[in-house]
Write a protein that binds this ligand. Structure first.
Ligand code: NAI
Ligand code: MG
Length: 360
């Protein structure tokens, strides 16, 4: 099969980690006879330097016309970088919001998987870490309180601010469908998280999710209140398969879920819309403190590329290959600096990418 991939290397460690992900994708092409055509698209600080804006209309068009987008990271050292004095809408990170919006990406997928080999780094109680977990947060990305009407005003001499949390049934249904589709490829369980004991928007959420579930008889649906979910994530994360939730709850819960794995350099993400293209990027940022030193962990980006194979190209076997290669290299004891522990073998960014591609 042949696909066109827009590649946004971005700033900081972006170019290093994307280079390693491409190495892995090239290996997959070789093994399976696929062709991936890459087009480099400028976004973030590099685009500001070249064009004065974090993402040009032309760059967005290129991304929109491709089959999928692979992104490293954008941004510099906040407070110190050369883009610091620019207004927020012209800073590197504004490119991120623009591309997410421009591609209509309403579903954000953040897996949190605790690798056997990295259990010692898990910040949870050791018996909980020992039990392990493998979950994915499916977060609604373009609705809810972050996109609702907002205002700050003075009412009867009192400063008052309002943010509106609003969802319609269509917004809820399309993200619910994504969650059930994903669950049916995993362990067939969806936990829908809301605050339906208080919020109307949550009551509608629960109702629409319940209706959607009828089309997926093999998937078990449970409902959980968000405060309880926050607690359950540290008490017993192994109970979760797919966590489905709205924008703000998902923002908070996905950060919590990523931290309990204890390793930011390992966590991929995917953002999907109605059709193509999806956007695939590591959960971490541009890590300017270690850029250009061959210290970055490329695994989050490599696993993001695996998600691209699975969700955009329908290549489950190829995606499994990449994920298994990552596990194999960890099992053999290779570690980048961020996940290093006693008795392990140090590998730089470049070597880690090479090792993983060789195991495919
Ligand atoms: P960060 O995620 O870039 O770095 C946080 C810490 O984690 C740093 O110590 C860094 O060295 C380390 N780290 C991150 N990724 C790593 C990897 N792959 N391997 C080893 N260590 C890694 O977050 P920070 O410092 O808050 O932000 C830096 C810049 O990145 C800012 O401009 C920020 O706005 C931007 N950013 C961009 C994102 C994106 O492009 N999606 C997401 C988050 C932040
Ligand atoms: Mg967040």
């Amino acid at each position: 099969m042949e696909f066109n991939i827009s590649v946004i290397s971005g700033d900081g460690i972006g170019p290093e980690i994307v280079r390693e992900a491409k190495k892995v994708l090239d290996r997959i092409c070789k093994k399976y006879g696929h062709t991936f055509n890459y087009t480099e698209v400028l976004m973030g600080g590099v685009s500001i330097d070249a064009h004065g804006v974090p993402l040009t209309e032309e760059a967005l068009r290129t991304a929109r016309e491709s089959d999928s987008v692979l992104l490293g990271a954008v941004g510099g050292i906040v407070g110190k970088d050369s883009w610091y004095d620019l207004p927020p809408q012209l800073r590197p990170e504004a490119g991120l919001l623009k591309i997410r919006k421009g591609l209509g990406l309403f579903a954000n997928l953040r897996p949190a998987l605790l690798y056997d080999e990295l259990k010692a780094a898990c910040p949870l109680r050791q018996d909980i870490a020992e039990a392990g977990f493998d979950l994915i947060v499916v977060r609604e990305l373009t609705g809810g309180i972050y996109f609702g009407e907002r205002k700050t005003e003075e009412i009867d001499g009192v400063m008052t601010a309002t943010d509106i949390l609003k969802y319609d049934e269509n917004e809820i249904r399309r993200i619910a469908v994504k969650a059930f589709e994903i669950a049916s490829k995993r362990r067939n369980k969806v936990t829908s998280v809301d605050k339906s004991n208080v919020l109307d928007s949550s009551r509608l959420w629960a109702k629409v999710v319940e209706e959607t579930a009828k089309s997926y008889p093999s998937v078990t649906l449970e409902h959980m209140l968000v405060d309880n979910c926050a607690m359950q994530l540290v008490r017993d994360p192994g109970q979760f398969d797919v966590i489905l939730t709205e924008n703000m709850f998902g923002d908070i819960l996905s950060d919590e879920a990523s931290m309990i794995t204890g390793s930011i350099g390992m966590l991929p993400s995917a953002s999907l819309g109605e059709g193509k293209p999806g956007l695939y990027e590591p959960s971490h940022g541009a890590a300017p403190d270690i850029a250009g030193k061959d210290l970055a962990n490329p695994i989050a980006t490599i696993l993001s590329a695996a998600m691209m194979l699975r969700f955009s190209f329908d290549m489950d076997k190829e995606a499994d290959d990449v994920e298994n290669a990552v596990k194999a290299v960890l099992r053999e004891g290779y570690r980048t600096k961020d996940i290093m522990s006693e008795g392990c073998i140090y590998a730089g960014c470049r070597e880690m990418g090479t090792l993983i591609s060789e195991r495919i």
